[in-house]
Design a protein around this ligand. Structure first.
Ligand code: GH3
Ligand code: MG
Ligand code: MG
Length: 357
């Protein structure tokens, strides 16, 4: 007899308590090219299935101790197992057995005495279904993998592997809401590499990229598992520290600052030293009402760090921050006063812009 294509390597487990039946089936199945395994009772069948799952089970219903119905129920109830088609062997007149067997999870049945042509057709059809099922599972797995890759790419900065800005913004909203709900502190650190443009100008853009990657690695090493770090813009990074008060966030930023200061960035044999500036804010704080305010506060503090010499950590609403803000305000009011006095002499501010027609 010709070997069915889909059955070439299929292994069929024959379960029957009558040795003669087992031998008869085994001889026939092997003559069709199938591999076979055998079990003389339900328990043995379960053991064998758990050891190596066959491609199909030809299962007798009437067996002492554990009958075929129970064996089918246990196999189909075991989520660890792959899909194994079960064909029940039932007596011709046992309609009840057939219904019970199908309900227990059997996929098909064949009546005894077995008609071998029918058995062959049923085996073929069940093995075809199994193959389709496996193809479907494989496609589903590939789809899940592709989705996971897409999700990762849409949330990650390609250069540094940290969160990208869009993802950071989603994160910070969630984390801030979470902190408020639990009434737990939440800190935000903005940091920016100092004079980074000169890295590109001196060593080239690729060296700049290498510095950004190494900088991200320093951040990653310093962060706890629950913290998040992301690339906010070109050479500007944002760190989110849940459960962290302002003092602790400043200490943390200071530690990172020192790490960066003492680190030698390398690129193709060149050693590059750089520093970074940090602005730190935290909630709860009387002047930080919402998430945007938290980010703005850290950003304002970073601005002050840059203005006051770089390679510094500035805390929002700290003495240095407030002094600088006060200076800025008095500069601004001086400028306004000068403009007003100029205007009071009837000279327009645009006067100097060009000749009058
Ligand atoms: P400051 O201390 O004021 O921050 O000075 P800076 O030079 O770091 O800042 P500036 O904003 O003047 O320049 C930032 C530079 O960062 C300019 C831009 O070309 C560079 N940059 C931004 N993104 C990337 C990147 O992905 N790779 C590289 N190599 N350079 C980048
Ligand atoms: Mg910079
Ligand atoms: Mg910048």
């Amino acid at each position: 007899m010709e070997i069915p294509r889909e059955a070439e390597a299929a292994c069929i487990l024959i379960v029957d308590d009558h040795e003669d039946n087992v031998e008869l089936l085994r001889a026939r199945l092997e003559s069709w090219g199938y591999r076979t395994e055998t079990a003389g009772d339900g328990e043995q069948a379960l053991e064998q299935v758990n050891r190596t799952a066959p491609d199909l089970i030809l299962l007798d219903v009437m067996m002492p101790k554990l009958d075929g119905i129970e064996v089918a129920r246990r196999i189909k109830g075991n989520a660890q197992l792959p899909f194994i088609p079960i064909i029940m062997q039932t007596a011709l007149d046992a309609t009840e057995n057939k219904v019970e067997g199908l309900e227990a999870g059997a996929d098909d049945y064949i009546t005894k005495p077995i008609d071998f042509a029918e058995l062959k057709a049923r085996l073929n059809s069940m093995l075809r279904i199994k193959r389709l099922q496996e193809e479907l599972e494989e496609r589903e797995r590939q789809l899940l993998e592709a989705n996971e890759r897409l999700r990762y790419m849409s949330q990650t900065d390609g250069l540094t592997g940290l969160d990208n800005r869009r993802h950071l913004e989603e994160r910070i909203d969630e984390m801030f809401e979470h902190a408020k709900r639990l009434n737990e502190p939440f800190a935000c650190v903005m940091c920016d590499l100092d004079r980074f443009k000169s890295v590109n100008d001196t060593y080239g853009h690729q060296a700049g990229d290498a510095v950004l990657k190494q900088f991200a690695k320093i951040l990653r090493n310093e962060l706890r598992q629950i913290d998040r770090a992301g690339r906010y813009g070109g050479e500007e990074f944002m760190l989110l520290l849940p459960g962290t008060v302002l003092d602790a966030a400043v200490t943390f930023a200071e530690r990172v600052r020192k790490q960066v200061e003492s680190h030698t960035f390398t690129f193709e044999g060149a050693s590059i030293c750089r520093t970074a500036s940090f602005g730190v804010s935290a909630w709860p704080h009387p002047r930080v009402k919402h998430c945007d305010g938290l980010v703005r506060a850290a950003d304002d503090a970073l601005y002050v760090a840059k203005e006051t010499g770089r390679n510094r950590v500035i805390r929002f609403d700290g003495d240095e921050f407030n002094e600088h803000q006060a200076e800025k305000r008095s500069d601004e009011s001086r400028r306004v006063a000068v403009r007003e006095s100029v205007e009071s002499f009837g000279i327009s501010a645009e006067l100097g812009d060009g000749p009058r027609g």
